[in-house]
Design a protein around this ligand. Structure first.
Ligand code: MG
Length: 338
């Protein structure tokens, strides 16, 4: 099996700002695995500095993982276990290889990945579309540009959260979800809850820093809004300690490191009666599509990463009109944009 990796710089339509800051350029890594018969499997690494990864660390990690590539692409469980053993962190780098192997297996069998998993693509939920932090005027403009999306996700965790909510609410009556990206203190989160409720927010994501589970549990105990965690939940083994603390988890391939780990997270969360959401980084349609294949199993999706970009080089799953539509081609079903 041969590995090739190429850095792609994605540009967002607007600077994408959250509580921790923002950027306009996002360097992702396109990974291609070629088997002995010349069949190619594709995957994408979408590194986040917050989790200690950049395009450069991804390239370095791929070099370290190359000797652990399986002889047989169908040995998915074994391959992913070896990758995780060799490089326990670096989820984005490992997720690219996992996606590429799944793509390869699907292409060899002539079936889309969702079909190999026995899923019904009609069960994929609608995706929210994120409005990043900006001036009131720019945020009104972004809401207008998002007219085709039925659910909005608002980034908060600032000094002017009430103003942001008011700006969005004055511009639209769509369902709103809020992500504080760990930007609040306990006091601030509890103060914000009735305000969020008043503005018709459906649920709140990651109100407090990832390790403050006691605080997050206290926010949830207020019983005002469901609480979902993202930064507090990386892999399936994080989930049991979150039971009774939160209502749900947000899965991202760049955090959990593989498609099979994402499926384990869904099963583990379900066993604990939790809601399951799937999210993303700023990604091309190649990265988004890998996650889209398991969306028939989740309650909520925020797979807008490619829709936020201005130069997506791939065509795959789409969220036109908000509805996630899975490709029907074999493997991930992704091709290069003409
Ligand atoms: Mg989040």
């Amino acid at each position: 099996m041969k590995l090739a990796a190429e850095v792609i710089t994605l540009k967002t339509k607007h600077p994408f700002v959250i509580a921790r800051g923002g950027d306009e350029d996002y360097r992702v890594v396109w990974v291609r695995l070629t088997d002995g018969d010349g069949i190619e499997g594709w995957g994408e690494a979408d590194p986040s500095r917050y989790y200690g990864e950049t395009a450069d660390t991804v390239l370095a990690v791929l070099k370290r993982l190359e000797p652990h590539l399986p002889r047989d692409a169908f040995d998915l469980e074994g391959a992913e276990a070896k990758f995780a053993e060799a490089v326990p962190r670096n989820g984005a780098a490992r997720a690219a290889l996992s996606a590429a192997l799944h793509d390869l297996v699907g292409k060899r069998l002539g079936q889309p990945v969702w079909r190999l998993w026995g899923l019904d693509p009609a069960r994929a939920p609608r995706s929210s579309f994120t409005i990043g932090l900006d001036t009131p005027e720019k945020m009104r403009q972004k809401v207008a540009e998002a007219s085709g999306y039925p659910i909005l996700k608002i980034k908060l965790g600032t000094e002017r959260d009430e103003q942001i909510l008011r700006t969005i609410r004055d511009a639209t009556d769509k369902p709103i979800r809020v992500d504080a990206n760990a930007g609040w203190t306990r006091e601030r989160a509890i103060q914000m809850l009735p305000i969020l409720k008043e503005y018709g927010v459906e649920f709140v994501e990651q109100p407090l820093p990832p390790d403050d589970l006691e605080g997050i549990a206290a926010v949830r105990r207020r019983g005002v809004l469901p609480v979902v965690v993202d930064e507090s939940c990386i892999v399936a083994t994080d989930i049991p300690r979150l039971a009774g603390v939160v209502d749900g988890i947000n899965i991202k391939l760049a955090k959990c490191g593989s498609l099979r780990e994402a499926l384990r997270m869904i099963s583990t969360a379900r066993a604990h009666g939790m809601l399951v959401m799937v999210g993303c980084m700023i990604e091309s349609s190649l990265g988004i599509t890998a996650a889209a294949h398991f969306t028939p199993l989740v309650d909520a999706a925020d797979l807008d990463g490619a829709a936020l970009t201005a130069n997506d080089p791939f065509v795959g799953a789409t969220i036109d009109g908000g509805q996630i539509r899975l490709p029907t081609g074999p493997g991930l079903g992704v091709r290069r944009r003409e």
